[in-house]
Every structure is written in structure tokens, then in C-alpha cells.
Design a protein around this ligand. Structure first.
Ligand SMILES: Nc1ncnc2c1ncn2[C@@H]1O[C@H](COP(=O)(O)OP(=O)(O)OP(=O)(O)O)[C@@H](O)[C@H]1O
Ligand SMILES: [Mg+2]
Length: 614
């Protein structure tokens, strides 16, 4: 047999590698902005057209590149930022892999114009399919001007995967916001087509937060600042009363790099415990600076996840710093801290960490209480898959025996009707609420436990679907229209959903750049609480954003049903239990929530008897 292994041609290898780094326009935006920051720019402009699908351009006044470097920059593994593996642990730049430009050149048509201040002429270079198609001297201002056109023009499968313009634009604004928040001393602007959507003058961190998240935040920020010789934590958190129903405005930066961390988020949420409602989210913009040797940033292709050498210490400090700040604020609520901008340039840690310091931290009472609890249990899984959850339930032998529910589909769409035994509680049989969460009812072969929240979600879902298909859900005008101000990316989202929301009974008008007037909400929902209704609806909606197969309306209806369903822990009287169970069994698909979780479980007599050994 002949040998069968071959090397892939370079351009294909590059395209495959690019998939790791550039998934969508927003990932290219992130890479280009970070390069401009690394180049020491003090002014950075981002221009996109068509939500980045046709153009992404970044213009900076940074140090520029020599003729040779401009060409080298697009080679894979070509970087000026590290020389050896050791450097990875002293890194102070955003980039280090030498992958970004190579990836971009593999999946878009790229033009770079760049000049170093010391050179008389600049360099123009054009690439397509990873190959240079043109290179010549050019007159150019100092700095770099890089544009990438027609992203994924040569990878149609990827291009087809891109979402609607508003959805991609939201991702871009999110990435832009992250970089802009972590470098308030740099001027940033963002143009979409010909419109300038953000214009951020240089200033303090507080000013930057207010520029981005809205003026309303000005009086609502509490400064956080703790310095130790292991790490510094600084930034701002929202006063407890400003916690919102949407998770949007939460930012953690480690050595100026935005990171996602359920773990650190948990630390902050813990600091707010008992100060805010369980389902609400405080805003925070927090920076942790520590010796780069204490973090590994090379654990994720887009660098958004990192590994701390000792994450428990970081957790304990983050929680303590926020708690401390909140406590101080409640003692002297008028005290207004403006953060000295110089702290942003502080070297992460001047003194190296000693074993002694570490031991001192570990011995602190805070750390002790923290580590005694097995905190891992408290952390929500980042990505709960409804399907998995559902499967586990049905595949476990116990519940198999306990239920008669047949083969249902995850979507709660119509499953194989034949297999579902239509089962009803005996009409008029006694109902009982257990733990303010479940309702027990008799059937002719045992009993069922109805999950009140899941059942209600199913009922509302079918009700909304029917109403939306007919003449729409009626709305109820508010006596006092509420104004809500949203973050830039939520503004895009709400604008995008406006039309669908009208059909579902919301009366909302745009009212200035990032402000909306809510004149009415669907009958029976949210009156007097328009703001949090909209906020939690947006938050729910975002949970669906990766599910391509649902229409906007479907996602909204699912979100509304979930949002409006009665919560566990709500006591129900006899009449309420009766109407809930009756309405559930009148549903087209009573046995699962729209998300595929069971709404009730049946316990058959013979199964119970067997359990008792009878
Ligand atoms: N805007 C810019 N101004 C000046 N030099 C730049 C600019 N963008 C890129 N470079 C140079 O090109 C090199 C390659 O950039 P690229 O983004 O591909 O890799 P990197 O930033 O080193 O690492 P990473 O892949 O992690 O981003 C950089 O190391 C830098 O020297
Ligand atoms: Mg880079």
C-alpha cells in the first residue's frame, strides 16, 4: 500500500489555524485593537462596515513597522513580543503568539499602511490567501492603518455561519468596550458605516466607565482599591441598589487583559451577598494586577481564560476588596473616590512574592473561612446544557422506572405522540403543595409531582405562541412610562428586537442614543416594573443567542415564559394549584418545558410497592 500522509499546503494550514483565532468579525477587532495598544498608540480608531463582514479597519498612531517587519508581521509565529518561553511569564503585552495577523491574512483581503516616526516613507502591503500581492513605498502618517475586507471570502462555510449584522455588531461593541475600558488613557473611536457610535476621550477609569456605560453610572460607582505585595485590585463596583437583572456590565481584567472567570465572578457576587436580590447582578469593572509569573495566559486560543498559580488567594482578595469597598461606602456614602490614573500604570507587583507572604495570606481568617467551604460547589457550571440535563434525567434507571413519559424531544416540539401516554390527574383529586415548589396530584395509577415553575413555563409558552400567532399579545399602557438606559451592546440588541417586541405586547420607543421609553408591557406582566422586565428579558434572550435554529420571536417567547413563570418557593393556594395543573394538562405538550426539562414526574403504584419490597 502506498503511504497516505501528506503535508497540507500552507494556505490551507493557515486557514485551519485561523479558525482558532478568528471566529467572527469581533475576534479580528479584538486582535487588531490589541496590536495597536501593544504598539503604544495613544489614539485608536476602529471603522467597520456591514458589522465587520465587509470591512474592519484599525488606524493607530503607534510605533509603526519597518518595511521588513511589515512583511514579517503576517508570517505565522512571527512576533516582536517574546523571544523564548521564559518571556511568556513576564509578558506585559496583549499579544505574544505571532498568530493574529497571519490568521487574518488567511481569511480576509488585507491592506496595511505603516510608517515608523523615524522613517521618511512608509510601506504599503496587500495580501490575499496568505500571499503578498503588492508591496510598495507609500506616504503615510506615523503609525499603522490596517484594513481587512470581506472576512471569510475564501471560507464560505464560515461566512455562512456569521449571524445577522446586529448580532455581529453587538459582539464587536463588546470587544471594543473591553479594550477601551482597560486603557482609559488611550483615545478610542468606533465608526459603523459612516456613523460614529462611540467617541471616547482620554481620561480616568471612572470617566471611561461613565462614557461607555452611561452618565447614570456617575453617582453609582464605588471605588475598590487594595494593594498587597502579592497583587493589586482596583476599579469600581456598582452600589448594591443599582444591581440589574442583566449580567451585562461585569468586567474583570487581569494585567489589563479582559478575562472570563466564573470563579472570580463568584467572589464578587459573594461580597454582595445579602445586599442584593438573588437574581440580580451588580456592575463591576475590576482590575487585578499581579506578577505575570503568577498567571498562565496561554491556556486558551483567544486568551480569555487564564490560570492563576494560586487562584484561591486571588478569590479571597477579590472578595475581601469588594466587601471592604462596599462597607466603606455604606459608612460614608458621599465620599467620592476618583482613581488616580497613575495606578493604572503601576507595575503589577514590585516585590516578588515570598513563601512568607503566601503563608500569611493562607493563614488569614478570610482565607480560612473561604477554603473551608468547598467553594467549587457554589459555582454555577458555565454552560449548562439543557439537553444533557434532560438526558441524564431520563437515562437514569431510577427515573426511567418512575416515569411513563416517552421519548420526548429536547425542543419540546411535538415528539412522537404515539409514545406519550396521555395521563391526567384524577379530576377533583386533592392537591398538595410540597416545599412551596411541587404540587402532588393523584392519577389512576399512582401520583405525580408537578414542578410549579416548569409547569407554568410550559403554560405561558403555549399561551404566548397562540397569542402571537393570532392578533398578538395585548399590551397594557403604563401610567408613567419608564426610561431605561442600556449599555452600547444591549442598545443594539434592543433596537434589533424592537419590532418583534411590539407584537408581543411591549410598547417601546427609542429615546436618544442609548435610552428607551417603555410605554407599555404585555398585559399581566411587569407593570410598575418595566425596567427590570426588559432587563431580564434581554438577559434571558442572550442565553439563546447561540441557538441558531430559533427565530427571534421564538427566542423572545421562550425568554418571556421563563421570566414570567412562578418561582419555586412561592406558596400557592388550592385554587391556584388547581388552575395550574388543569392548564398544564390542557397544553399540547404538557410533559416538558420548552427547554426540554420535565414538568412533572409520575410515581406509579407498582414502582413504589417494589421499592418497599412488596
Ligand atoms: N498596529 C501595529 N503597529 C506596530 N506593529 C504591529 C502592529 N500590529 C502588529 N504589529 C507587529 O506585528 C507582529 C505580529 O502581530 P500579530 O498580532 O500577528 O502577533 P502578536 O501580536 O505578536 O501576537 P498575537 O498573535 O498573540 O496577537 C507583532 O508582534 C508586532 O511586532
Ligand atoms: Mg497581536
Amino acid at each position: 500500500m502506498p503511504d497516505i500522509i501528506q503535508l497540507l499546503p500552507d494556505n490551507i494550514a493557515n486557514q485551519i489555524a485561523a479558525g482558532e483565532v478568528i471566529q467572527r468579525p469581533a475576534s479580528a477587532v479584538k486582535e487588531l485593537l490589541e496590536n495597536a495598544v501593544d504598539a503604544g498608540a495613544t489614539e485608536i480608531k476602529l471603522i467597520v462596515a456591514d458589522a465587520g463582514k465587509s470591512l474592519i479597519q484599525v488606524i493607530d498612531n503607534g510605533k509603526g513597522m519597518s518595511e521588513t517587519d511589515a512583511r514579517m508581521a503576517f508570517e505565522r509565529h512571527a512576533t516582536s513580543k517574546i523571544r523564548n518561553i521564559e518571556d511568556l511569564f513576564h509578558i506585559r503585552t496583549m499579544g505574544f503568539r505571532g498568530e493574529a495577523l497571519a490568521s487574518i491574512a488567511a481569511v480576509a483581503q488585507v491592506t496595511l499602511k505603516t510608517r515608523r516616526a523615524e522613517d521618511e516613507t512608509g510601506t504599503l502591503i496587500e495580501l490575499e490567501n496568505s500571499a503578498v500581492t503588492r508591496q510598495e513605498p507609500v506616504a503615510a502618517p506615523p503609525g499603522s492603518n490596517i484594513s481587512m475586507k470581506n472576512l471569510f471570502f475564501n471560507v464560505p462555510a464560515r461566512r455562512n455561519f456569521l449571524k445577522s449584522n446586529p448580532a455581529e455588531m453587538r459582539h464587536i461593541v463588546e470587544e471594543f468596550t473591553r479594550v477601551a475600558l482597560s486603557f482609559p488613557a488611550i483615545f478610542f473611536s468606533l465608526h459603523n458605516n459612516t456613523q460614529e457610535i462611540l467617541h471616547l476621550e482620554k481620561g480616568s477609569l471612572k470617566q471611561r466607565i461613565v462614557q461607555i456605560l452611561g452618565n447614570a453610572h456617575n453617582a453609582k460607582l464605588v471605588a475598590v482599591q487594595q494593594e498587597t505585595n502579592y497583587l493589586n485590585i482596583y476599579g469600581f463596583v456598582g452600589k448594591p441598589e443599582t444591581a440589574k437583572k442583566t449580567r451585562g456590565d461585569q468586567y474583570f481584567f487581569v494585567n489589563n487583559r479582559f478575562i472570563r472567570s466564573a470563579y472570580l465572578n463568584h467572589a464578587v457576587m459573594n461580597a454582595y451577598r445579602e445586599m442584593i436580590a438573588l437574581d440580580s447582578f451588580p456592575m463591576y469593572v475590576l482590575f487585578i494586577d499581579l506578577d505575570p509569573a503568577q498567571v498562565d495566559i496561554n491556556v486558551h486560543p483567544t486568551k480569555q481564560e487564564i490560570k492563576f498559580e494560586d487562584e484561591k488567594i486571588v478569590y479571597a482578595f477579590a472578595q475581601a476588596a469588594v466587601k471592604h469597598a462596599l462597607a466603606q461606602f455604606s459608612v460614608s456614602p458621599t465620599l467620592d473616590f476618583d482613581l488616580d490614573p497613575s495606578i493604572q500604570h503601576l507595575d503589577a507587583v514590585s516585590k516578588p512574592i515570598t513563601e512568607e507572604n503566601k503563608a500569611a495570606v493562607a493563614a488569614s481568617s478570610l482565607y480560612q473561612t473561604f477554603s473551608k467551604k468547598n467553594q467549587a460547589h457554589f459555582i454555577e457550571p458555565a454552560n449548562k446544557s439543557e439537553l444533557k440535563h434532560w438526558r441524564e434525567f431520563y437515562e437514569s434507571p431510577e427515573s426511567q422506572k418512575a416515569t411513563s413519559i416517552g421519548d420526548l424531544t429536547k425542543n419540546g416540539g411535538l415528539a412522537d405522540q404515539q409514545q406519550i401516554t396521555r395521563m391526567q390527574p384524577i379530576p377533583g383529586s386533592p392537591l398538595q403543595q410540597l416545599r412551596n415548589t411541587y404540587i402532588s396530584a393523584h392519577t389512576n395509577r399512582g401520583f405525580i409531582l408537578v414542578h410549579q415553575q416548569s409547569a407554568h413555563e410550559r403554560i405561558l409558552y403555549e399561551r404566548y405562541i397562540a397569542a402571537a400567532a393570532g392578533k398578538g399579545i395585548p399590551s397594557q399602557q403604563s401610567m408613567f412610562p419608564a426610561t431605561i438606559q442600556l449599555s452600547p451592546s444591549d442598545t443594539i440588541l434592543l433596537n434589533d428586537l424592537m419590532e418583534e417586541l411590539q407584537g408581543l405586547g411591549f410598547l417601546i420607543e427609542a429615546f436618544g442614543k442609548d435610552t428607551f421609553l417603555v410605554r407599555g408591557t404585555p398585559a399581566d406582566t411587569g407593570q410598575g416594573n418595566e425596567r427590570s422586565t426588559i432587563e431580564s428579558l434581554l438577559e434571558q434572550f442572550k442565553h439563546f443567542s447561540s441557538e441558531l435554529k430559533f427565530s427571534k420571536r421564538e427566542k423572545l417567547i421562550r425568554s418571556m415564559a421563563r421570566q414570567q413563570a412562578i418561582r419555586p418557593g412561592t406558596p400557592l393556594d388550592e385554587k391556584e394549584m388547581r388552575s395550574l395543573t388543569e392548564e398544564l394538562f390542557a397544553c399540547a405538550q404538557p410533559n416538558v418545558t420548552p427547554g426540554g426539562d420535565p414538568t412533572y414526574i409520575e410515581f406509579k403504584d407498582d414502582y413504589l410497592e417494589k421499592l418497599f419490597g412488596r
